[in-house]
Structures are given as structure tokens and as C-alpha cells.
Design a protein around this ligand. Structure first.
Ligand code: TYD
Ligand code: MG
Length: 470
């Protein structure tokens, strides 16, 4: 006879299930993430006794009404969600503890409530007084938001509907999912089973009623939403709140969105009175840039549909170790190794005896390959001691053969650079295709490059392999 519940060993990082305890998860490679959880025995299959109903299919071309969105008026948040919150959708907001998730959500519900949207804020972490105090500090104490401190999912689900059985709230914040528990599940709050079941229950009921759910999820140090990488597929939208606690900039990044574009970013500044929108991030990221310093290059980047100019800083110093140090902030360290290898193998620029430090100024994290050329230029400039020509922006992907490849939307990037007063640009040679009308130069001196060595030659003092060998 099958047991009702059995012990399973579940990885808290990726959700893999094992029949016994092991030290290292074979699926995600994490150590010490496997804990025992009691789970219900797997249900039996469908069997053949009872037939289901035939599904009613619908036409693809039939008209469906446009979803009316709840526009918050916090422009940067609306941009990331693709134009406001879709009613009945579930949004997961992930981020490191202390980064500002509770703050932004409180600001959001207060702004929405001031526009007659019925909002509830349920905190499992803070007492109602604490939340109230924060609202006061944010200058939003008079907003008609219902506050509660609760952790039992059963109670929360019951409070979602009113006496008539229809939705009691338009928007509900659950802060955070790691503190919530379902009383029929044995595991402790925060374990994969609890988090998964709680999310499922909350979403199922919210969808039934049409309540928009905003769920906070803390992120582990590896960057996955605690254990609940398993959560990402359950929700409609996943937003990550990023930033360095040492900097005041915070970036809200869309990584999944069933109702809009992903890869959009919203930029905020954490100030004394909460998070303030930053409408022109380029100006902010470049505000502290020093002119004529070797090792500094400005990338004409693109985040979603928005051009963002950022300063890439490189520092190169002779190493005192047998293996030189490579330290990267805000960029991918594997990508840096690749650029260093291309510089050495294709352009004869020797970096193997040098420690290399790379930093994306302002605390932004850049993922697009279009940053390659700016990084390479910053490195060459740092090594040669020659500053990058004044007022120049750079874009371009670098291939392993040392070729410079095209980037998406060069025109948009140049336009932003021109707007901020840049005079020249290093860009890849335009593609020879029929429908390429050629980018406008927006009044800037645009230099086209095909190969990385053309860029290294601009820096006359770059020590090459030959000089080392002589
Ligand atoms: P919080 O929203 O509590 O973070 P999370 O919910 O992601 O854990 O933000 C906490 C930090 O924000 C805290 O260190 C103080 C800072 N902060 C400000 O600088 N200004 C403010 O107005 C508020 C409310 C918080
Ligand atoms: Mg919080």
C-alpha cells in the first residue's frame, strides 16, 4: 500500500528531487542545498474509468478585447511592465534583501490607491506599524491602502474576496513569498515545497477573482530567486530589482513578461524619501566621468528599447602574481577573458603579465555583446596610457577572429549620444544589405571599423608583442 506522504530530498536552489540526501546537487551543482521535505505521494494516473469533456477550441483570428492596464504613473515601473499592470496577472519581484523591493511596492500601491484602485499590502516580514512608518517617510501616509501583517496563505486567499464572493482588491502585494506558508504542507516556510505551493494557491485564487498579485521573492547569493527558480514559470511577469547597495541607483529589469517586452529597464535613485525615477539615465551614469583619463571609454548601449550611455573603466597594472588577476564589476568575466585573448592573438596586445580590473561605472550590469568594443578600447587605452579621443562613444561586438560585428539599432544609440553632446563615435562598418539605408550620423564624426587591430593602431603607445620580444 502506498504511503500518504514520504520524505523527499529537495534542492533548495533548483528544486531537483532526490530519494536520499547528498551533499552536492547533481542538477545545479550547488553544495549543501538539499534538505528533507515531506511531500504528498504522487497522485495516480488518470485511469480509464472516467472520460473527460471535450475541450472547446476557439479561432485564433477571433477578436479579443484589449486588456485594460492599471497605469501607476510611476513611469519607470510602467515602462518595465510594458505599460502598466494587467488585471489578474501575477508579477514576481526579485532582488537582494535590502535593495528596495518593499519600498517600491509600497510607493506603487500608494500611487495606485490614490487613483482609486483598491490595494492591499500584506507583509509577512514587517509589522503594520513598520510599514506605516515607512509610508510616512515616503510622504504617502494618507493613501487609502489596506495594510496587514499575515503569513497564512489560507487567510490571505479568504481575504481576497468580499462577502459577495467577488474580488475585494484590485492589487495585492505579498511581501515576501518566503515568509508565507500553507498549513497543509509540513515543510517550513521558505522551502521549495512551501514556496511553490503558496505561490500556486495564491495565483490560482487571484486569477479566479481577477486580483493582480505582486509577489516579492528574495534572491539567494547566486542570483536565483531563493530556491524558487521554480517560481518563474508560474507567474506572468518576472522583474528583478538590481543595484549595488553602495550606489544609490537601482535598476528594475524585466526578465519575463507575458504581456509586453522583456529586457526593458527602469532606473531609480534611492533617496531619503524613497525611490525617485531617473528619466535620463545616461546623464546620470556619465555625471562623474573625468575627461582625458586613460582606460575610460563610453559605451553607447541599449537596454530594451532605450539607449543608455555608460562609462566603462579599465585599469591595467603589472602583476605580482604568477597568474594575473582579472576583476570585473558589472560585466561578464568570461567575456573579458575572450576579449583579452582576441587582443593578444589577433592584435598582438600583450596583457598576460598584467592584472586587469574592469568596472561599469554607476552600478549598472551590462549583458549585451555590443559592449565588447568599448571594453577592448578601454583596455587598450589603459595599457597604452593614451586616453580615448575626447567625446567619443563606442559600440560593436567582437568576434574571435578579431572582426567587429554589427549591433542592433545603431541609429538610436547615436541619437542619444548626440543628444548628450558627444562629437564622435566608433562603430562597426555598416552591413551591405539591400534594406540597409545607412544610419544617420546625427552631426557626429562617425568612424567605421572592421577589425580590432584598426582600433589598437589608434593608440600609438600600445606595447605590442614585438616590443616585448626585442
Ligand atoms: P527595503 O524596501 O526594505 O528593501 P527590501 O524590501 O528589498 O528588503 O529597502 C531597504 C533599504 O532602503 C534600507 O537599507 C534603507 C533604504 N531606504 C532609503 O534609503 N530611503 C527610503 O526612503 C527608504 C524607505 C528606504
Ligand atoms: Mg522588504
Amino acid at each position: 500500500m502506498a504511503k500518504a506522504a514520504k520524505a523527499n530530498y529537495i534542492c533548495q536552489s533548483c528544486g531537483s528531487v532526490y530519494p536520499r540526501w547528498i551533499g552536492k546537487c547533481e542538477s545545479c551543482g550547488e553544495w549543501n542545498t538539499i534538505t528533507e521535505e515531506r511531500v504528498e505521494a504522487a497522485p495516480k494516473g488518470l485511469g480509464t474509468a472516467k472520460k473527460g469533456n471535450v475541450i472547446r477550441f476557439e479561432d485564433l483570428k477571433a477578436e479579443s478585447p484589449d486588456l485594460p492596464r492599471a497605469v501607476s504613473g510611476i513611469g519607470e515601473f510602467d515602462r518595465v511592465t510594458g505599460g502598466g499592470l494587467v488585471p489578474g496577472s501575477a508579477v514576481l519581484i526579485g532582488g537582494d534583501p535590502g535593495i528596495g523591493k518593499s519600498t517600491i511596492l509600497l510607493q506603487l500601491v500608494c500611487t495606485l490607491a490614490n487613483k482609486n484602485t483598491k490595494c492591499a499590502y500584506i507583509s509577512g516580514e514587517e509589522a503594520v506599524d513598520q510599514v506605516r512608518m515607512r509610508a510616512k517617510r515616503l510622504g504617502l501616509a494618507n493613501s487609502p491602502v489596506d495594510l496587514a501583517s499575515a503569513t497564512n496563505v489560507r487567510d490571505i486567499v479568504t481575504s481576497m474576496s468580499d462577502a459577495m464572493g467577488s474580488k475585494a482588491y484590485d492589487v495585492m502585494v505579498i511581501d515576501s513569498i518566503q515568509t508565507m506558508y500553507v498549513d497543509t504542507v509540513d515543510s517550513a516556510p521558505g522551502t521549495v515545497t512551501q514556496v511553490r505551493t503558496a505561490t500556486q494557491e495564491l495565483i490560482r485564487n487571484a486569477k479566479r477573482l481577477g486580483v493582480t498579485l505582486l509577489i516579492v521573492g528574495h534572491v539567494t547569493k547566486e542570483g536565483a530567486i531563493a530556491g524558487p527558480r521554480v517560481l518563474e514559470h508560474m507567474v506572468d511577469t518576472v522583474l528583478y530589482f538590481e543595484g549595488d547597495r553602495g550606489h544609490q541607483f537601482r535598476i528594475l529589469r524585466g526578465v519575463k513578461n507575458r504581456f509586453g517586452p522583456t529586457d526593458e529597464i527602469g532606473v531609480f535613485e534611492m533617496a531619503g524619501a524613497g525611490l525617485i525615477e531617473v528619466q535620463n539615465p545616461s546623464a546620470l551614469f556619465l555625471s562623474e566621468r573625468a575627461d582625458n583619463v586613460p582606460g575610460s571609454a563610453v559605451l553607447a548601449g541599449l537596454e530594451g528599447s532605450r539607449p543608455v550611455l555608460v562609462e566603462i573603466q579599465a585599469l591595467v597594472a603589472p602583476t605580482s602574481y604568477s597568474t594575473p588577476k582579472r576583476a570585473v564589476v558589472g560585466w561578464d568575466s568570461n567575456r573579458l577573458s575572450m576579449i583579452l585573448a582576441v587582443l593578444e592573438a589577433r592584435c598582438g596586445v600583450m596583457m598576460s603579465g598584467q592584472d586587469v580590473y574592469l568596472n561599469v561605472a554607476g552600478g549598472l550590469r551590462i549583458t549585451e555583446p555590443a559592449a565588447d568594443l568599448a571594453v577592448a578600447t578601454a583596455l587598450i587605452s589603459a595599457l597604452s596610457g593614451d586616453p580615448v579621443p575626447k567625446d567619443t562613444v563606442i559600440m560593436g561586438e567582437i568576434g574571435l577572429a578579431g572582426e567587429i560585428r554589427h549591433v542592433p539599432q545603431p541609429d538610436l544609440r547615436l541619437k542619444e549620444a548626440a543628444k548628450l553632446g558627444f562629437k564622435s563615435a566608433f562603430v562597426p562598418k555598416p552591413a551591405k544589405s539591400k534594406n540597409n539605408k545607412g544610419a544617420s550620423d546625427h552631426g557626429m564624426t562617425v568612424e567605421h571599423f572592421e577589425r580590432l587591430e584598426q582600433v589598437t593602431r589608434l593608440f600609438k603607445k600600445t606595447p605590442s608583442r614585438h616590443e616585448y620580444e626585442e
